[in-house]
Design a protein around this ligand. Structure first.
Ligand SMILES: Nc1ncnc2c1ncn2[C@@H]1O[C@H](COP(=O)(O)OP(=O)(O)O)[C@@H](O)[C@H]1O
Ligand SMILES: [Mg+2]
Length: 606
């Protein structure tokens, strides 16, 4: 095991306490009443058997001492115990399932909510944070099934207290017996860890085995497998891997079984000695007959308690660790909530958006992507960003959406640093269409309408956005129109071509009207140049009208000069810097990079 893994395994006490708290609070929030009832039932059920054992002791003492009151009390406790365990079992099974379901649902909801609530996307890209997120996602099922474990832990706690009480009531020295039980918990924990380590150790071999089987399954590989006579190679390799896996796991299990039997035997011998001790003293009258019976009856309970704890302590630890990570994520989200950004977004732009000495380096990346960007985007203008792949156009767009903050310098919106503007106020005032847009597996209507969640039910708004995105033809072809479920994951789902998806994504970007900033980052890359040109001609007119009202800025990234030349301002980017700025005519006259790229494309189309 590597050091890193070892460190990941141990959870410091304060964090463990917080994790337990989060665990309990999450369950309670999911279904307060059900959880409380379940916990009470768990405690009640856990103390039933010890209580009944005590009842038997009373009964025996009452019978031997001919004491009617003690006989009655003992009988009542025993019968009451039967009633409680019967009712408890009948009642708890159905609510336990309901509660577990609710808790799991709540955990998944909270997890999604926390992840999405973080205003920046840095956490998806910082490798260390992303790794942890991945772990949390992988282990979400653990958090989901945690409720049963929580009940179990509560039950174990109550059971331990009750059993200790019983033993202590006979003689305090007998409290040492459960300590031996702890030996079993320890050995069992070690065993499960050992098996888990073996599973981890054999994981690469399992992957290899899967790959070998895949090779033999695939028809495309069949040809080479046969021509080269690969059967012995494949079969021998598979057999060897299987043998290795078996050896590693069998060794772990064998060692575990040995340790376990030694510890159990030691427990049995010491417990038997304790019984003999009490029995001997009972003959001299120091202990009652009931005490002897009690000690004998408690033996299997102590064993069961140790066994139950042993079998689950590993998984309790794992769930606790998962909650520890989840707790870390919540803290990370709280730390990165940009709660200091309080300034409201302006109702309309009067000056525009300006970059002052903006530099940017991606989290986890060695080199800066943007350097010293100084740029003024006047209110109401349409700005085209051009430049080769990797020049930094998309990065600039992401900074404008405030998916990241600049590493150096600042972006100012009518003079206010974007860093100071409340993201909850800024985001609703911008809209965006990206080249690698999301293919939301929703209905066609929803795919567009989520562009403005405030107006999702507004039929006119959706229709207008579809018109602006030139997506009417796409919708007309759908079997159930706007109600068609999109995506292949559904049996009724319809999949679209790249261009059709793109038109819907563009319509989505046009859902919000009167935006302060519209970001269009190669949103029409899957369309042909003519379609793009027509679309933007229509769009440019509409956006000029809107801009007159809001002073909104439109940023358009495109490689097609027929589109680019329509912009009021063209920004040429190269190697993360602004190389040239001006109108189409100015830049052509300048005879620089833009003029050269323009000439090259014009020649290609001629
Ligand atoms: N998430 C990221 N992490 C690290 N580097 C990135 C990331 N995204 C982009 N880059 C790098 O930043 C540079 C600019 O990328 P980008 O802004 O996407 O360029 P463009 O949109 O002009 O093609 C590229 O060198 C790219 O490799
Ligand atoms: Mg790009």
């Amino acid at each position: 095991m590597t050091d890193k893994k070892a460190a990941d395994r141990s959870l410091p006490l304060p964090e463990a306490v917080r994790a337990v708290r989060l665990w309990a609070v999450t369950a309670f929030r999911a279904a307060p009443l059900l959880v409380v009832v379940q916990c009470l039932l768990a405690i009640l059920q856990a103390v039933t058997a010890p209580a009944q054992t005590y009842g038997v002791k009373l009964l025996v003492d009452g019978l031997t001492g001919r004491d009617a009151a003690t006989i009655w009390l003992g009988s009542a406790v025993i019968l009451g115990g039967f009633a409680v365990s019967f009712v408890g079992t009948v009642v708890s099974i159905p609510i336990q399932d309901t509660t577990a379901e609710r808790v799991a649902g709540r955990v998944y909801r909270d997890l999604l909510d926390v992840t999405v609530s973080i205003p920046s996307i840095t956490h998806h890209e910082d490798p260390e944070v992303a790794d942890r997120l991945e772990l949390i996602r992988e282990q979400a099922w653990r958090l989901g099934m945690s409720f049963e474990m929580l009940l179990f832990a509560i039950g174990i706690g109550a059971n331990t207290v009750a059993v200790l009480g019983l033993l202590g009531s006979v003689h305090p020295a007998l409290l040492l017996l459960p300590l031996l039980g702890l030996g079993r918990v320890w050995s069992s924990y070690r065993n499960i860890r050992r098996v888990q380590d073996a599973i981890e150790e054999t994981a690469p071999r399992h992957r290899m085995i899967d790959r070998l089987i895949e090779i033999s399954k695939d028809a495309r590989n069949g040809l080479e497998v046969r021509v080269f006579g690969l059967r012995p190679v494949l079969v021998d390799r598979l057999a060897r891997l299987h043998d290795e896996v078996f050896d590693i796991q069998a060794t772990a299990l064998r060692r575990g079984a040995l340790l376990d039997s030694v510890v159990r035997a030691a427990f049995g011998v010491v417990y038997a000695a304790a019984i003999v001790w009490v029995l001997a003293r009972a003959r001299s009258g120091q202990f009652s007959a009931g005490d002897v019976v009690l000690l004998i009856l408690v033996a299997p309970q102590v064993d069961q308690l140790a066994g139950g704890l042993a079998g689950n302590v590993y998984w309790m630890g794992e769930i606790l660790r998962s909650f520890g990570r989840y707790d870390w994520l919540r803290e990370y989200a709280a730390r990165n909530s940009w709660s200091d950004s309080r300034a409201p977004a302006p109702p309309r732009l009067t000056e525009g958006i300006s970059f002052r000495g903006v530099g940017f380096r991606y989290p986890g990346s060695e080199q800066a992507t943007l350097h010293d960007v100084d740029l003024d985007l006047p209110a109401g203008s349409t700005v085209a960003l051009v430049g080769e792949n990797g020049a930094g156009k998309t990065t600039l767009v992401k900074l404008l959406a405030r998916l990241y903050d600049p590493t150096t310098g600042s972006i100012r919106v009518d003079g206010t640093d974007l860093r100071d503007i409340d993201p909850a106020g800024w985001r609703p005032r911008i809209s965006a269409g990206f080249q690698d847009f999301v293919k939301f597996q929703f209905t066609a209507r929803e795919v567009v309408a989520i562009g403005d969640t405030e107006r999702m039910d507004d039929e006119h708004a959706v229709a207008a956005a579809i018109r602006r995105g030139d997506a009417e033809a796409v919708v007309e072809k759908l079997p159930r129109g706007l109600d068609t479920q999109l995506g292949r994951k559904f049996s009724e789902g319809v999949d679209l071509s790249g261009g059709q998806w793109q038109r819907l994504a563009l319509a989505r970007a046009f859902m919000r009207e009167r935006t302060l900033l519209l970001l269009l980052d190669e949103p029409t890359a899957a369309l042909d140049p003519e379609a793009e040109h027509v679309l933007f001609e229509r769009f440019a007119q509409a956006s000029r009208l809107a801009a007159a009202e809001t002073g909104g800025v439109t940023i358009l990234v495109s490689h097609r000069f027929s589109t680019v030349r329509m912009a009021d301002l063209i920004v040429v980017m190269a190697d993360g810097r602004v190389a040239e700025v001006g109108s189409h005519e100015e830049l052509v006259a300048l005879g620089g990079r833009y003029a050269e790229l323009f000439r090259m494309q014009a020649r290609a189309y001629r």
